[in-house]
Design a protein around this ligand. Structure first.
Ligand SMILES: [Cu+2]
Length: 169
């Protein structure tokens, strides 16, 4: 009996302990900034979306899918150097480490919108749903731009390096 209650105490103590981490990944702790979709001439049937994902939670999170009202398919892509040429390659997820961020930008990882169902002109808005693991989703309304000016700024300041260096598994 004594041993039993002692065991129970330990069990409840550990349950309590594991509930302590307050910053479990949730929609409020995952924020998205600097989002934009690249405007394309009407003949193009694909474009890309770029954004910064900030993970303020205490666990890493994976972006595993994207849905949009503007295209048939949303894919996650990265850029690889192959035979001296930068080429796009589909990837199945993008990791954002805990208390970190990742920049999706024209020189690196990005979201590809394939099979556009309408021309995307500067100033239009596109709905994007980012699907993460841990049951987190983010619904965004993203502006179409010719160039994401602020992204270039941040690249010059080197902030995208950090995001890119932390993105591997
Ligand atoms: Cu791509």
């Amino acid at each position: 009996m004594k041993r039993c209650s002692c065991f129970m105490t330990v069990m409840f103590a550990s349950l309590y302990f594991f509930q302590i981490p307050l910053a479990i990944a949730s929609s409020e702790l995952i924020t998205v900034t600097n989002a934009w979709v690249r405007a394309m001439p009407p003949s193009f049937k694909h474009t890309a979306a770029y954004l910064t994902i900030n993970n303020g939670s205490s666990e890493k999170i994976r972006l595993i899918g994207v849905k949009t009202d503007a295209a048939a398919v949303g894919e996650l892509h990265t850029m690889n150097l192959a035979n001296g040429q930068m080429k796009m390659k589909q990837i199945d997820h993008i990791v954002v480490q805990k208390n970190d961020f990742i920049d999706l930008n024209p020189g690196g990882k990005h979201i590809m919108l394939i099979g556009l169902n309408r021309p995307l002109n500067e100033g239009d808005r596109v709905s994007l749903t980012l699907i993460f693991d841990k049951d987190v989703t983010k619904e965004l309304l993203v502006e179409v731009k010719k160039n994401g000016q602020e992204k270039k700024e941040s690249m010059h300041h080197g902030t995208n390096m950090k995001g890119n260096m932390h993105n591997d598994h």
